[in-house]
Design a protein around this ligand. Sequence first.
Ligand code: GLV
Length: 389
Amino acid sequence: MTPETNRNSNFYRPPKTGRKSQREAEYYASSNAGMSNTHLANRQAFYRHRLIPNQLIDTNNRSTKTTIFNHSVSAPIGFAPIGINKIYNPAGEAAVSKVASELNLPYCLSTAGSTSIEKVASANGAGTRFFQLYMPHDDELTVSLLTRAWENGFDALILTTDTWQLGWRHDDVASSNYAFYRGFGADLGLSDPVFRRRCVADGIDPDVDVVAASTKWIDSVWHGRAWSWEKIPWLMETWRGISGGRPFVIKGIQSVGDARRCVELGVEGIVVSNHAGRQVDGAVASLDALERIAEAVGERIYVMFDSGVRGASDVVKALALGARFVFIGRLWIWGLSIQGEDGVRHVMKSLLADLDILMGVAGFNGVEDFNRDILESDSKNYTLMQKNL
Ligand code: GLV
């Protein structure tokens, strides 16, 4: 897939070849909010920080390993929660979570996934997995999802707060590119006893009218109804009750004020994320937000990062700016689109190799070596980059 220029020049445009459904999937994965300015800002922010390599360091025994919520993993890299994987490849989330387990990297299942909680758990086996929640406005349904997640080995709960409504994404809107209304992305609902009861109460047989049930599902977890901070203690308490106190994380934090609020509420972790530039156009770069947030609360809460990571040097920069862990999204979606399970494996193994080699040649022996001293930062240089995946 070659990037092409279109009317939003910072926007990845898939080639006009392949099946229509494949093109729609690629458009969906590559779409951003508005004019893609937040997406560009994400990439520019990485570009403004440069690594300073050190020489004649014995890195022969270097290690990329780290821990997250008491799990030892291969690297400070995880699979970000992304829904509807089956629009990219029929193997869907099962294939992705299988690869995550093989590579010993944490996998996050999205509430908008196209494979049930139980099937993902089975494919992920002994892997480390977390459950990402889009919180329904139906507490009984929320409790049912959390219970299933916990009973199936999902060991942390990640509430995403920035996407209770999809951002304004021109091309998806213009082409009605919305697989959820065509029967994809409802598998967590279709396999849920509470949601199935809700369908029947509305006269929908979820086994017969999958499109109506899917539409109901996505409208139950998204679309036009915001939550507020007042609901967070209930969710934390509910999850802790179900899981015996496993970590609760909020994803989508971009302001120091919100990060402080998470600390005050006793949230265990935050993911500094602007949803890869897909929600608010013209927003602050997630990496810039990270820098400020880590400085303010990094000692008091486990800070993670996503949005715009395209290679190992981006991972290292985010860690140097205070993240303890980094999640990857679009990279493995491209791999899944192009070559299914093998594509995901290839992309993520390549990223691990990239990280290992970067550490070797830049003089870093472990993740503890990544700190502000390894960066030169240039606040004026915003020049970037026609090729902007
Ligand atoms: C959903 O999470 C999306 O960004 O489309």
